[in-house]
Design a protein around this ligand. Structure first.
Ligand SMILES: *[C@@H]1O[C@H](CO)[C@@H](O)[C@H](O)[C@H]1NC(C)=O
Ligand SMILES: *[C@@H]1O[C@H](CO)[C@@H](O)[C@H](O)[C@H]1NC(C)=O
Ligand SMILES: *[C@@H]1O[C@H](CO)[C@@H](O)[C@H](O)[C@H]1NC(C)=O
Ligand SMILES: *[C@@H]1O[C@H](CO)[C@@H](O)[C@H](O)[C@H]1NC(C)=O
Length: 420
């Protein structure tokens, strides 16, 4: 009875859990304890951290496991995740979703982007894993309970970044664009397609052979262990990493309010005393936890984990994309190749228009942080993130001259072979 004992304790501890449970009861599925015929999912005493292992109810899966690949892009904001997402979004046999966990977060933890409260975090992760399971099973109705306002008649115009998912802008969901179009503008999709019919989205998902989901709201790989080990899924994780100095520079430009103090540092040359350094340390800690786990090759990740450095992808998109598809055991389709060809030599002028877009000169962009951060800031980042920089092969710069001398590369040649 360990499962239910834990459930009671956790529910009592975490006030948000009550909200979460309330949401769960809206989904008209019967409550069942531990109906999955796998003892691992019943929490045999170890790994108590995992909400999933409480053997809570979850949707029953009917699909044929051998058929689908469930691709999960584990990333963080401003790490090039839109770019890598496109490598799947463009594939005509992939149903791609752009950050569905946004809705979980805004429902469960409004306002707090990175709650440090352990109970909050646990509930958020548990809910996230549940949602991912359902989405990989094409159960898009499950997502509705997190969308505000709640969809009526399975129709909504509030799905976050709907236009970033080609499958949701083309037949059978919407007739405005053809699946062969490689550059559908997000805004055009919203304008030309009627409100999203979730039933049609479900059909679209079922028609395609694979499902790919990009997430930036799960800190690290260990948080996904329960999904990786779930026998009903065929999960393949692609962990996207990027030089933390590049992430910082990009966030300072993009999230102007949240990273205001960093801008002040850059402009005044003095580090503000009240700078929130967790905005940087969290990135490095999460990368370090994930990458250390992944590269130590634990049995549970065998065949299911690949690290991709954004800089490698940006420098040599076609080659890297081929490696990724090889790891997945999938064939790359011509739409993907065409997308790479039309989008990786764009001008910087374009990238200015697309703040979150992917149309840009990818290689130049990957190292532009060197011109945007002051040496002080770089030096500070290098101190805080030393270990992960080393592990990922990002060289430290030792002086302001080295920083600005772009003929000195800071990205070492390093091959991260997938763990097969
Ligand atoms: C699963 O799908 C494969 C390929 O489509 C098919 O050959 C196989 O018969 C299916 N298995 C079951 C149990 O439906
Ligand atoms: C939902 O569908 C029902 C039955 O078709 C209809 O009566 C109702 O007006 C619809 N609601 C909305 C908000 O479209
Ligand atoms: C959504 O699509 C389904 C399947 O085609 C259809 O039956 C349903 O009426 C549509 N819903 C709305 C609100 O148009
Ligand atoms: C930049 O680095 C290159 C390669 O080490 C070096 O040859 C060159 O002199 C440096 N340029 C400046 C301006 O320091």
């Amino acid at each position: 009875m360990q499962c239910s004992w834990k459930a009671v304790l956790l529910l009592a501890l975490a006030s948000i859990a009550i909200q979460y449970t309330a949401i769960r009861t809206f989904t008209a599925k019967p409550f069942q304890m531990c109906h999955v015929p796998n003892p691992l999912n019943c929490g045999l005493g170890q790994e108590t951290d995992s909400f999933d292992r409480l053997c809570d109810e979850y949707p029953y899966f009917m699909y044929n496991i051998s058929r689908k690949t469930h691709i999960l892009i584990l990333a963080t904001t401003r790490s090039g995740s839109s770019f890598i997402g496109q490598l799947f979004n463009q594939h005509s046999d992939v149903f791609y979703l752009f950050e569905p966990l946004y809705h979980v977060q805004t429902t469960l933890i409004p306002r707090l982007s990175h709650s440090k409260n352990t109970a909050d975090r646990r509930v958020m992760l548990g809910a996230s894993r549940d949602l991912l399971r359902s989405l990989y099973d094409c159960d898009l109705y499950f997502l509705e309970s997190y969308i505000k306002p709640q969809p009526v008649n399975h129709t909504t115009d509030k799905l976050f970044r709907r236009g970033a998912s080609k499958a949701l802008c083309s037949p059978p969901v919407c007739d405005a664009f053809q699946p062969s179009e490689v550059n559908i503008e997000e805004g055009d999709c919203i304008k030309k397609c009627a409100a999203l019919n979730m039933t049609l989205a479900r059909h679209s998902c079922r028609e395609r052979r694979h499902v790919a989901i990009k997430i930036v709201r799960v800190p690290e790989i260990n948080d996904l262990r329960a999904l990786v080990e779930d026998p009903r899924l065929n999960l393949k994780i692609i962990q996207l990493v990027r030089d933390p100095r590049g992430i910082l520079a990009s966030r300072i430009e993009t999230f102007r309010d949240t990273y205001r103090l960093w801008r002040i540092w850059r402009v005044t040359g003095r580090k503000p005393y009240n700078l929130d350094i967790s905005q940087l340390t969290v990135v490095c800690e999460d990368f370090l936890n994930s990458v250390s786990t992944g590269l130590s090759r634990p049995a549970w990740l065998k065949g299911k984990y690949m690290v991709v450095r954004y800089e490698d992808l940006a420098r040599n998109p076609l080659k890297k994309t081929k490696e990724i598809y090889e790891y997945l055991g999938m064939s790359m389709d011509s739409n993907v190749i065409r997308w790479i060809q039309t989008n990786t030599r764009g001008s910087n002028e374009l990238s200015a228009k697309h703040k979150y877009g992917t149309v840009r000169d990818s290689a130049a962009n990957a190292e532009s942080w060197r011109l945007k951060l002051s040496y002080d800031m770089v030096d500070y980042t290098q101190t805080v993130c030393k270990q992960i920089l080393n592990q990922l092969g990002y060289r430290m710069v030792e002086s302001p001259e080295e920083l600005k001398n772009l003929s000195l590369t800071v990205v070492e040649e390093r091959s991260f072979v997938p763990f097969l």
